[in-house]
Design a protein around this ligand. Structure first.
Ligand code: ADP
Length: 295
């Protein structure tokens, strides 16, 4: 499978430019779409999911015109939106059965087998009779994946799936997602760098509707080898360092501000060299667009 996005642009009627000349090529496996809130991730995902129109540009899925052949594309698609509403008084089993019927699985026996397998797959078998309103955030997300998998989709879109999950739930969800990728394109949007480093073989950084970086996480990290330096400073000193260096991130630890800078050679002022991380890649790209204090 190949999903090719070419020069996609979208400006909403209120004048917000959500996507600007976005071009990306995605193959099978897990693709991370990383960017801050408001970057345009959901807009891009909704457009790929055929739920909203673009102003210009093209998207093709193995030769299908995604923006025009919507019905055909929808048959190949599974989508877990950011705000996934569930009917609180319906059990997971009944809800999945209902969605499967809507998606065209007419035979009751076939549906029962499918729903059973899906619940097993997302580890909700023992909770299948419980009403969805009683589910934890992580259980709801796993249920969301189960419904997105109905119909054996070739492209699965998951929008900010780990936001609001506790670490254990997030881990369970990672395990589930990592099993999906092989013969499928999985697009995962997130503002959490760890989601990408844990799961994705390819990723893009998107900010203010533009693609700032696209590639493999490992290579991206390698490209910063020898360029990241760190130092603990007093909080009030930050503006001085920002004036002198390219500060890409700051973190408060025990009252001291640990700053990370990017520089082509070792700076003066007692900095220590530090191994680059994907977070450095992210922040160094984003910092060109945003004030580091607001990231
Ligand atoms: P993300 O998913 O990365 O948080 P979105 O695609 O939701 O980003 O939003 C991108 C920008 O477009 C934001 O400034 C947002 O406020 C704006 N936006 C999103 N949806 C709409 C809409 N339906 N109408 C107007 N503006 C919108």
């Amino acid at each position: 499978m190949q999903l090719a996005i070419n020069k996609l642009s979208k400006t909403y009627s209120n004048g917000v430019r959500a996507l600007h000349d976005v071009s990306l090529t995605l193959g099978n496996g897990m693709f991370g779409l990383l960017g801050p809130n408001g970057a345009g991730k959901s807009s891009l995902m909704r457009t790929i999911a055929t739920l909203q129109e673009a102003d210009s540009g093209e998207i093709s899925l193995d030769g299908l015109d995604v923006l025009k052949q919507k019905t055909r594309v929808r048959q190949l698609l599974g989508y877990l939106p950011q705000e996934f509403g569930v009917y609180p008084k319906v059990s997971a089993e009944r809800m999945l059965d209902h969605i499967a019927r809507l998606k065209g699985v007419a035979d009751a026996k076939e549906r029962k087998a499918l729903v059973g397998a899906l619940l097993e797959n997302v580890n909700l078998s023992k909770d299948r009779k419980k009403n969805l309103g009683t589910y934890s955030g992580g259980m709801k997300q796993r249920f969301g994946i189960a419904q997105a998998l109905i119909g054996d989709p070739r492209v699965i879109i998951v929008d900010e799936p780990t936001a609001g999950l506790d670490p254990a739930e997030r881990n369970r969800f990672y395990n589930l997602l990592s099993q999906l990728g092989e013969n499928t394109i999985v697009i995962l949007s997130t503002h959490i760098v760890e989601d990408v480093s844990t799961l994705c073989s390819n990723f893009a950084i998107i900010c203010q509707g533009e693609v700032l970086y696209a590639g493999e996480p490992e290579r991206a990290v390698q490209s910063l080898e020898g360029k990241i330096f760190t130092k603990a400073i007093a909080q009030g000193e930050l503006p001085v360092y920002q004036g002198k260096y390219k500060v890409i991130s700051t973190q408060l630890k025990s009252g001291r501000l640990h700053i990370r800078i990017i520089a082509s050679a070792a700076p003066e002022d007692d900095f220590s060299a530090s191994a680059p991380t994907l977070e450095d890649v992210y922040f160094s790209n984003i910092a060109t667009r945003m004030d580091v204090n607001t990231i």
